[in-house]
Ligand binder design. Sequence first.
Ligand code: UT7
Length: 324
Amino acid sequence: MTIRAVPTGIGHYLPDRVVPNSEFEDTLDTSDEWIRSRSGIERRHFAAEDETTSQMAVKAAERALAMAELKADDIDAVIVATSTPDLTFPSVGTMVQQGLGMTRGFAYDVQAVCAGFVFALANANGMILSGQAERVLVIGAETFSRIMDWEDRATCVLFGDGAGALVLEARTGTGHSDDRGILSVDLNSDGQYRDMLFVDGGVSSTGTSGKLRMQGNALFRQAVEKLASTANAALGKANLGHDDVDWIVPHQANIRIIQGTAKKLNVSMDKVIVTVQDHGNTSAASIPLALSVGVSEGKITPGDLLVAEAIGGGLAWGAVVIRW
Ligand code: UT7
């Protein structure tokens, strides 16, 4: 008998305010054409001034719980992947607990920037396989609009806000790759790449929250290579290959990275969930947002084999193979 962490509910939340590329043309030396052609982004959502990461996370979580037909107190653990918490502490996770009216279990945050949701899934999988928890709510939620330098055209046009949530439940499997649930995980990081993507402020250095800085072109070159290699590694660990993949659910940073990675993996773009045009780069929220959109559009259906892959600041990168 094998225990598997099986997805039973997914949901997302996007703030009301939609910002088209054209809005940046008034204040920056940029154009809708440049943003679209270099990144694939057409619009993104920005949180309202008084809207926080934890509030968006709660809304996404409520939708995921409804789909799983569970109440907040059925959940044993909440893991929130975020780099833009409401406060330095307590964790967004505990704020979500309170927001959901959850009076038991435990909650905490995971910080692996854009790869955060993959790392949080790995964590949740470990919790379930070790018997620490039977039902885990895994959330990616970000307000990256709060760490943008609005004068830096090379970064501020790329990011957006939002949240996505996934319920994972312990189920019995056979141990084979046709089981539903998380089948394998591959995680990596390498601190030597710190300067490629970082925030120039923090509690113990500047005492400020800082702004995002990125060497986009250098990161781009790392991204395709590392994403393809981690996705292949995760597939290999599950004894599966590219022919078995029904959907790639990639981190949504740039359509050209998504296309380059799919090509390296030998998977057609028809089998890739793409939301970057509507959401921009929402960091740790991007994979659960894409998953939720893929499910709600009827593309991802039970039994489908998914590969979720992401890379971000650290650098940290990884992939998870899930049978939906
Ligand atoms: O989520 C974490 C992972 N994130 C990523 O993986 C992001 C990786 N990087 C990228 O997605 C791309 O590198 C970008 C979209 C950030 C940039 O695309 P690029 O094709 O690599 O462009 P570039 O940085 O090489 O810049 C090309 C030109 C430069 O001008 P010069 O030096 O050639 O005259 C930039 O100054 O485009 C200029 N530029 C802009 N022009 C108009 C940079 N930003 C803008 C802009 N509007 N917003």
